[in-house]
Design a protein around this ligand. Sequence first.
Ligand code: KG4
Ligand code: ZN
Length: 341
Amino acid sequence: MPHRTLILGLESSCDDTAAAVVLNGRQILSNIISSQNDLHRRFGGVVPEIASRRHLEMINPIIDEALAKSGITLGELEGIAVSHGPGLVGSLLVGVSTAKALSYALDVSLIAVNHLEGHIYANFLTGASVNFPIICLVVSGGHTSLIYMQDHGEMEVLGRTRDDAAGEVFDKVARALELGFPGGPAIENLAQRGDSAAFKFPRALMSEDGKLDFSFSGLKTAVLNCIRRETEQGRSVKLEDLTAAFQEAVVDVLVEKSLLAVRQNPVKQLLLAGGVAANGELRRRMRRRMDDEGIELVIPPPQLCTDNGAMIAAAGYYNLRRGRVASQTLNAVSSLGLKGV
Ligand code: KG4
Ligand code: ZN
């Protein structure tokens, strides 16, 4: 590998079209994101057909912008990394086809990145030194998993959600309260002014001995029932209190299960990743708990927690270093698992 390895990272697995140039897997030269939030807001969630059409319109301009901002030319790239799953297949295909065409035309490496692996590698862009083995809590709109990582590319899922992902529940509760999409930031905002003790919501699987799986559908149902009950009885729900109590229930489970995971494994660091890791309350509570436990916590800045191209480029760099290069037969895999990464 050359001393100066530049990777272009492409991300289009859901509703953000993103491209970034990263140097040596660590230094962001540019990181451009075109969010589709406005487009999907009136539907209360991502509409796959609309998402893929917008990706198609945006991907080339976003790549041009990422290159211009980075100050490098296409000819200086060592490889094109792309998120090829999991995600919406029509959306993924836009990134995958673009990466294949670019790598072929430029005669540079094509690097396939698992989207979740990408989220984890956002932590390598923080300047912190990551010392394996580590545990990473990945909390996004599609996933809630505790992952043990022995080394680059060696990942084992210790626990995962049995039903809804944490971010998905933030979005569904926000939708019921007509707070818009995505739900996470709106709920966090309201919750700041609320009293989390005003409502009592369940924390699922907390007492299951040593188990690292999650379940959030019971919490979702409890919150939705509470909204219905209060409305039926003619009471207006105090949104600040309801969102604070809901957020606290999610954070409690995420923090306690992470604590269990670091106690069960020989690790000194916990990494956070995924859109929900942008949540201030989760960041604060996790920091306090891990400080007490003597575990170093690494968290990407909020803008690197949600989907972006830089995390894909960072993961791509480490894949390339291990000789993991994809061929032109690379395809989008909507249900891609972490095993074999
Ligand atoms: O990682 P991400 O951008 O996309 C997926 O791979 O899913 O995560 C998006 C999710 C959404 O469910 C969104 O509501 C949630 O992350 N999210 C948050 C916050 N910001 C984004 N959840 C809680 N608090 C936030 N501040
Ligand atoms: Zn994501």
